[in-house]
Design a protein around this ligand. Sequence first.
Ligand SMILES: Nc1ncnc2c1ncn2[C@@H]1O[C@H](COP(=O)(O)OP(=O)(O)O)[C@@H](O)[C@H]1O
Ligand SMILES: CC(C)(COP(=O)(O)O)[C@@H](O)C(=O)NCCC(=O)O
Length: 397
Amino acid sequence: MDLGINGNGVNSDVQSDSQISHLALDIGGTLAKLVYFCGNKKLLKNDEVQSSVKAGGRSRTIIQGKLHFTKFETSKIDECVAFINRKQLGSHHPKDLDNDRIVVKATGGGAFKFADLFKEKLDFCLDKEDEMDCLVAGANFLLKAVNQEAFTYIGGQKEFVQINQDDLYPYLLVNIGSGVSMIKVDGNGKFERVSGTSLGGGTFWGLGKLLTKCNSFDELLELSHQGNNRVVDMLVGDIYGGTDYSKMGLSSTAIASSFGKTISTNKVLENYRTEDLARSLLRMISNNIGQLAYLTALRFGLKRIFFGGFFIRGQSYTMDTISVAVHYWSKGDAQAMFLRHEGFLGALGAFVNYNKQGHDNLILMQQVQKHKPEPDGTTTEEEDSEYASIDCSVYID
Ligand SMILES: Nc1ncnc2c1ncn2[C@@H]1O[C@H](COP(=O)(O)OP(=O)(O)O)[C@@H](O)[C@H]1O
Ligand SMILES: CC(C)(COP(=O)(O)O)[C@@H](O)C(=O)NCCC(=O)O
């Protein structure tokens, strides 16, 4: 990948102290996700010997740096544009020969919807990548290259899963964004979108907003932590006079009908606690996705299901509910797993796709934990991010 530093770029580049940055975008129905690499070109000067490698018979230079992850609401795309502008992201990208604009890879519906805006405000030419292709490329990259990325979560217990790279495929990728896509993945670039549902993150956030009048997704999640779904959901015990329906393996506390209890009282919406409504809604959406994912895995004989998308947000109740839904019927035949960088699969995949042959432009050196504050106690914008940055390197040809 030529980062467009001029000609082969390397020599003149080494002279400069400035930062090199590289950027890819995933602009979805709800959130615009950015993955960007920042590396200091000065490093090359001191470390040139070690950082030059022979690859494919030619000498290439590696720049060390970090991959950063951040997001904006798609409805506030101007904030995203201002961020890119302020940080001068992408300024080292190659330019489109036809129109002299900076070429930036972008995926998601917004890559189409906002192409003109990026042209006008940033002089960017968005190089559109297919959304499913990027989700798969991003997931494969994380599963192969990043330590402690995938984990199981059940009964409040988180366990990282060691992925055997030779035994990764096939798997089911379930991306829970505004809507839900289910993709059977058979290899790098080998996949099929086999199912989906419109009852996804957008449904939780949209219905939740209407029911609770919350102003933000985080507020809705916070409410759900304090709620009790039994006030709203009709349980098996409500129907069976407090007892289990044991013949069918249904305990008295199993949910017979989500939100079903609300029909049997004289209460109106205002009589319910918003906490209980939020809890019940989160349970309903998560459980439904888990069940559909299990059925889809069963349909194709898939044993592993990886869940991604910003709906999950590392939330214990969400992940637990999804895992229980998968395991209830599969009895352990199919395993539900989650990804630490769950919301960034598409953007990461677009980044990886700068090199269509694989991801040899993006070499992971090691992974760091969450950012620590600087010794003087200050934190930068990225350091406030809830998503760990990844130490890595990029090649420049
Ligand atoms: N800060 C947030 N603002 C809005 N929605 C959020 C936020 N954090 C998580 N979500 C959830 O993530 C979903 C969007 O997930 P995402 O993977 O970004 O999808 P999309 O690509 O459709 O924007 C929302 O529908 C909502 O359920
Ligand atoms: C249309 C989409 C691929 C767009 O992706 P998103 O912005 O939701 O991440 C997704 O919303 C989806 O798969 N919806 C479900 C459509 C269905 O299968 O019914």
